[in-house]
Design a protein around this ligand. Structure first.
Ligand SMILES: Cc1cc2nc3c(=O)[nH]c(=O)nc-3n(C[C@H](O)[C@H](O)[C@H](O)COP(=O)(O)OP(=O)(O)OC[C@H]3O[C@@H](n4cnc5c(N)ncnc54)[C@H](O)[C@@H]3O)c2cc1C
Length: 389
C-alpha cells in the first residue's frame, strides 16, 4: 500500500484573480470563474467537501464587478475598492493579493489558497509571477486544460526517502496542461509539496479562450470580503496620469486577403519578407506573421522591421482574422496560430514539410520551398488577375 501525502499547512478553495479594464472584466476572467466553478463542483462531489470558488477583484467603484463575479460562479469575493487601484498596478495589486491569500479574516481561517488561477494576459502574466513569488510557490504558465485528482508519484527528489525512491499518493492535485513545442506536445505540470516545504497554492495562468464562461445567474448568492487598502506611499510609486489606447498599427481584421509569413523565411528573412510583400501587392493583400517570426527576432533590413513586430501577429494572442483568402507561407499550423485564422474562407498554405499540421486545415496545400514557390505563385496569380508577370 503506497503512502498518502499530507501537507503541513492547511489549504482550501480555488482562487481566481479577475482582471478588469475600465470596470469590465477581461473575457478570460469570467472564463476562469466558469471553469473554477465546474472544477470545484466536481471536487466537492469527489471529495465530499465544501470548498469555494473565491474571486479576487481590485479597482475603483467595483460594486457591479463584485456582483458579476458572484453571478458568474464565485462564492466569495475578496475586493479592494480604492481610487489608487482604478487601473492595474503590479506592485500594489501583488501586495494586496498576498495580504488576502495569507491573512485570516471573517471568512478565511486556513493558511493559503489550495489553487490559484490567473489570466495569461499581459497583466495577468506579470502578476501571476509576482504573486506566486510573494506566496512562495510555483506557477505553471499558459495552461489550457485543468483537472483535479489523486496522483501516484515516484520522483527522484520529492519522493526519495533515505536511499529509496518511494511511490506516494498526492491527493487533490491540480493537473495543469499546457501546449509546448509550437503546440505539438502537451505537457502536464504538477506543483507538489516536498518533505521540506509545501508548494501551495498550486497555481497557473490560463490562456484566454480556453474555457467557457457561465451565463450570469442573478439567483446566485455570495459574500464579499473587503481587503483593507493599507498600502503606503512607497507601494504607490507608479502613478497612472493618463491612459490612451494605442492606434492599431496594422489592422488585419477587416482584410479580404492576407499573406502571412512564418519561420519558413528563416534562411533569408529579408528576402522572405520581400517576396511576401510582392505577392501581397499583386493580390491587394496585407501582410501578417506568425508568432514564430515575432520571437525569432530576425536581423532584417530596417525597411522591413514592421513586418517582424507583434502588431502583425495572427493567432490566439494576436489578431483574429477571417479573410476570404489566407495564404500561409512557411507556417507550421500550431494550435495558437490556427485559432486566429481558421475562420478564413479559403486557406492556401506553402510548406516544405509534406506533413506540416497546417495541411490538415488548408483548402490548398503546396509542398515546396517558399523561396521557389512564391515567385511562381505570384506570376501565376498576376496573369490570372490580368497583370503582366
Ligand atoms: C501562450 C502561447 C500563445 C501563442 N500565441 C500565438 C499566436 O497568437 N500566433 C502564433 O502564430 N503563434 C502563437 N504561439 C506560438 C506557436 O505555438 C508557434 O510556436 C508558432 O505559431 C510557430 O510559428 P511558425 O509556424 O512560423 O514556426 P514553426 O513552427 O517553426 O514552423 C515553420 C514552418 O516552416 C516550414 N519551413 C521551413 N523552411 C521552409 C521553406 N524554406 N519553405 C517552406 N516551408 C518552410 C517548416 O516545415 C515549418 O512547418 C503561441 C504560443 C504560446 C505558448
Amino acid at each position: 500500500m503506497p503512502l498518502t501525502w499530507t501537507s503541513k499547512g492547511n489549504y482550501q478553495d480555488m482562487w481566481v484573480f479577475c482582471e478588469q479594464n475600465n470596470n469590465q472584466f477581461v473575457p478570460c476572467s469570467i472564463e476562469m470563474l466558469g471553469e473554477a466553478r465546474r472544477l470545484m463542483d466536481k471536487y466537492n462531489k469527489d471529495y465530499s467537501a465544501d470548498e469555494k470558488v473565491v474571486a479576487v477583484v481590485f479597482g475603483y467603484q467595483i460594486d457591479a464587478l463584485v456582483q458579476e463575479a458572484i453571478e458568474r460562479g464565485a462564492d466569495v469575493v475578496y475586493s479592494c475598492d480604492d481610487r489608487n487601484l482604478e487601473h492595474f498596478l503590479l506592485e500594489p495589486y501583488t501586495k494586496l493579493i498576498a495580504k488576502a491569500a495569507q491573512g485570516k479574516d471573517t471568512y478565511k481561517s486556513y493558511d493559503e489558497p489550495r489553487y490559484f488561477l490567473f489570466p495569461a494576459t499581459n497583466n495577468g502574466r506579470d502578476i501571476s509571477a509576482t504573486a506566486l513569488a510573494a506566496l512562495d510557490s510555483g506557477l505553471a504558465s499558459d495552461s489550457n486544460l485543468l483537472y483535479i485528482n489523486d496522483e501516484l508519484i515516484r520522483h527522484p527528489v520529492k519522493t526519495k526517502r533515505g536511499d529509496k525512491v518511494e511511490e506516494i499518493v498526492y491527493p487533490r492535485i491540480l493537473h495543469m496542461k499546457r501546449p509546448d513545442f509550437s503546440g505539438f506536445e502537451w505537457s502536464t505540470i504538477l506543483c507538489i509539496d516536498d518533505e521540506e516545504k509545501d508548494f501551495h497554492p498550486q497555481a497557473c495562468s490560463v490562456i484566454p479562450g480556453s474555457f467557457k464562461a457561465l451565463e450570469r445567474n442573478s439567483q446566485r448568492k455570495g459574500i464579499r470580503i473587503p481587503v483593507s487598502f493599507g498600502l503606503v506611499a512607497k507601494d504607490l510609486r507608479t502613478k497612472i496620469v493618463k491612459r490612451e489606447a494605442l492606434p492599431k498599427e496594422a489592422d488585419l481584421t477587416n482584410k479580404d486577403v492576407i499573406v502571412s509569413l512564418g519561420r519558413g523565411i528563416a534562411k533569408n528573412p529579408t528576402q522572405g519578407i520581400k517576396l511576401g510583400l510582392e505577392l501581397a501587392q499583386v493580390l491587394n493583400a496585407d501582410v501578417g506573421i506568425s508568432r514564430g517570426v515575432v520571437t525569432a527576432k530576425y536581423p532584417v533590413d530596417p525597411a522591413y522591421m514592421q513586418y517582424i513586430r507583434d502588431v502583425r501577429q495572427v493567432g490566439e494572442t494576436g489578431q483574429k482574422v477571417k479573410p476570404k483568402v489566407y495564404i500561409a507561407l512557411g507556417i507550421s499550423g500550431a494550435i495558437q496560430h490556427k485559432k486566429g485564422m481558421d475562420k478564413s474562407k479559403m486557406i492556401i498554405s506553402v510548406n516544405a514539410d509534406p506533413n506540416a499540421p497546417i495541411k490538415e486545415f488548408s483548402d490548398v496545400f503546396i509542398e515546396g520551398d517558399i523561396f521557389e514557390v512564391i515567385p511562381k505563385l505570384e506570376a501565376h496569380l498576376a496573369r490570372a488577375l490580368g497583370g503582366t508577370k
